[in-house]
Design a protein around this ligand. Structure first.
Ligand SMILES: Cc1cc2nc3c(=O)[nH]c(=O)nc-3n(C[C@H](O)[C@H](O)[C@H](O)COP(=O)(O)O)c2cc1C
Length: 112
């Protein structure tokens, strides 16, 4: 089991850690190559623009062998009335081009 989370103010991180404590599994955080600003208003503005344009931020996080996980928990905050734009990039947490598209397809099938 894999528990992946994106967290700006650590609420989602806390929940992810609770899930791991009670359910087990591996924990991974989604890190952006360019983190969100520390300022609340700037972050809301940025996320709104990214969501409106469909921009997908580059992620620093890579998880090898993601196929080995049967169950993946994915936690993220609502930022600017929507899931943060970076949460649409989860296919890229996996290394390898073929596997990325495979994983993205699988996510779409399962509506994760
Ligand atoms: C920059 C920012 C924008 C937010 N925008 C919304 C929002 O539009 N709607 C909402 O219900 N909550 C919003 N929230 C609240 C967060 O979704 C909530 O605090 C969440 O628990 C934060 O998770 P995190 O600590 O893991 O980042 C926002 C929080 C932040 C910091």
């Amino acid at each position: 089991m894999l528990i992946v989370y994106l967290s700006w103010t650590n609420n989602t991180k806390a929940i992810a850690e609770i899930i791991q404590k009670y359910v087990g599994g591996d924990l991974a955080t989604v890190e952006l190559q360019t983190p969100y600003p520390e300022n609340y208003t700037q972050t809301v503005d940025q996320v709104a623009k990214e969501n409106a344009s469909g921009y997908l931020p580059l992620l620093k996080t890579k998880i090898a062998d993601i196929e080995k996980y049967d169950v993946i928990f994915f936690g993220f905050p609502t930022l600017g009335h929507a899931a943060a734009s970076s949460t649409r990039c989860t296919g890229t947490i996996h290394s390898g081009e073929d596997s990325q598209s495979k994983y993205r397809n699988r996510m779409e099938q399962r509506r994760i």
